[in-house]
Design a binder for this molecule. Structure first.
Ligand code: IMP
Length: 437
């Protein structure tokens, strides 16, 4: 078992294949902890050809003996959590004793979903394209200091009744002609709290103790850096800190608890929802990437927008997160393309830029500047050694490393756990003695 606690997070716009990477690394850790987001995430993992989609519970739950933690930075829809627990139970996986939920995590209430949909409708053409899971409104209530936390469900009932009553009347003022009754909602959240009670605890204390005993923890990000509320393509972002800063605030850990940061990046780029995607493709090529990469949302089933690898984006992610290494996923999806392109900058109305801008208006109408490389005809699919990749694919990976400034320590060549290259002598290899590859 490694001694290093590492964060594994998305380096692009999400759906980079973090589920598989986390799943593969999990046996080397005592615990896996989610630090932000909610059931807007969807982590797909294939084990022996069987497909698992997890939304809230870290995919580490598929490994016996690993504790899975949902931190205070996560917003929890109790119904979504129970559904996931029940589905896992049907697969023979019991979460009791292995799942810990932060007492400080905020609750998504049913009307947060309504508010999400309403807010999108009111934005009209400027809509974000959210997952409609109530994530944004739940975080709004948290920051507005009127949120309801897991510990509130388990504490003083009169205080909780007061909170629910006030929240419902505030919501009734927002949604005109709405007369939602607070009492059934109160009864519901009390029942939800009781069902969650056995899992609830002090996540910060638990993780501190684990780390002190020399037991390593993996911090699992959801969504990704370009969807981060502060560093992403605002306002087309999610409402939490998906980048590495979220680890400290979302789990109650100091920065020195993070021993390494692994960014997960796809060998091309995808995005769901609205907002800029400078390397976006259309037509046949986009369809081809979407079909062979199965680029449909794990949570919502929406088709993902597809484009070439954007080195500006991943270099930016490397800076924001201090990436020690990249896990490059879905290289095999590019198999058979005559040519592969990598974006190195943007030609905008105010000149060429090579750093990701804060003001998205700069990207409107911007033209991506590409480095073009020959594709490869023999497959990378299933390769487990870097040397076995076709020469052109090796050169493509090396070029990505040069342009982003980060080594690709892991390369995924298929959806199965076994279809993975761990580069010899890489930092990740030294973190994880004994990973196959
Ligand atoms: P929200 O998180 O539902 O508020 O959605 C905000 C934005 O983040 C939208 O563009 C969503 O499509 C995007 N988003 C949220 N969760 C994910 C995810 O797990 N993968 C990719 N995009 C996501």
């Amino acid at each position: 078992m490694t001694k290093t606690n590492i964060a594994v997070l998305g380096a692009q716009w999400g759906d980079e294949g973090k589920g598989k990477i986390v799943d593969m690394l999990t046996p080397h850790f005592a615990a896996v902890a989610r630090y932000q987001g909610g059931h807007n995430a969807g982590h797909t993992v294939y084990v022996d050809g069987k497909k698992f989609v997890l939304h809230l519970i870290p995919s580490g739950i598929l490994h016996a003996g690993v504790t899975c933690v949902i931190g205070n930075g996560v917003v929890i829809d109790p119904q979504a959590l129970f559904k996931e627990v029940d589905e896992l139970r049907q697969l023979g996986i019991d979460v009791d004793g292995r799942l810990m939920v932060s007492e400080k995590a905020h609750i998504i209430l049913p009307y947060h979903r309504e508010l999400d949909v309403l807010s999108e409708a009111r934005r009209g053409e400027r809509k974000i394209g959210t997952t409609s899971r109530g994530i944004g409104p739940a975080y709004e209530d948290k920051i507005g200091r009127r949120g309801i936390r897991v510990c509130d469900l388990l504490g003083d009932r009169n205080a909780l009744a007061e909170e629910v009553r006030e929240n419902v009347s505030a919501r009734n003022r927002i949604i005109r002609e709405s007369t939602l009754d607070w009492k059934p909602l109160f009864d519901q959240v009390v029942a939800d709290g009781e069902r969650m009670r056995p899992w609830v605890g002090d996540v910060s204390l638990f993780l501190h103790r684990l780390i002190k005993e020399g037991k390593p923890v993996m911090f699992e990000g959801a969504q990704a850096t370009l969807l981060d509320i502060d560093h992403g393509t605002y306002p087309f972002v999610t409402s939490s800190n998906a980048s590495v800063g979220g680890v400290c605030t979302g789990l109650g850990l100091p920065p020195r608890a993070i021993g390494g940061v692994l960014g997960v990046a796809k060998a091309y780029t995808t995005r769901v929802g609205e907002g800029p995607l400078p390397t976006e493709l259309s037509g046949e090529l986009a369809d081809r990437l979407r079909e062979s990469g199965q680029e449909y949302g794990a949570s919502t089933g929406r088709p993902r927008r597809c484009g070439w690898f954007d080195a500006v984006v991943v270099r930016y992610s490397a800076r924001i997160n201090g990436l020690d290494a990249v896990a490059l996923t879905k290289l095999d999806v590019l198999d058979g393309l005559p040519e592969v392109l990598i974006c190195t900058g943007y030609r905008t109305s105010s000149g060429t830029i090579t750093e990701f801008p804060a003001d998205l208006r700069l990207l409107a109408g911007a033209e991506a500047i590409y480095e073009r490389m020959p594709g490869w005809t023999s497959p990378t699919k299933g390769a487990t050694r870097f040397e076995d990749l076709p020469g052109e694919a090796q050169r493509y990976v090396r070029k990505l490393e040069e342009l982003t400034g980060v080594a690709c320590a892991i390369i995924s060549t298929g959806s199965d756990r076994r279809e993975t290259i761990v580069k010899g002598g890489s930092l990740v290899e030294s973190w994880l003695e004994g990973v196959p590859g």
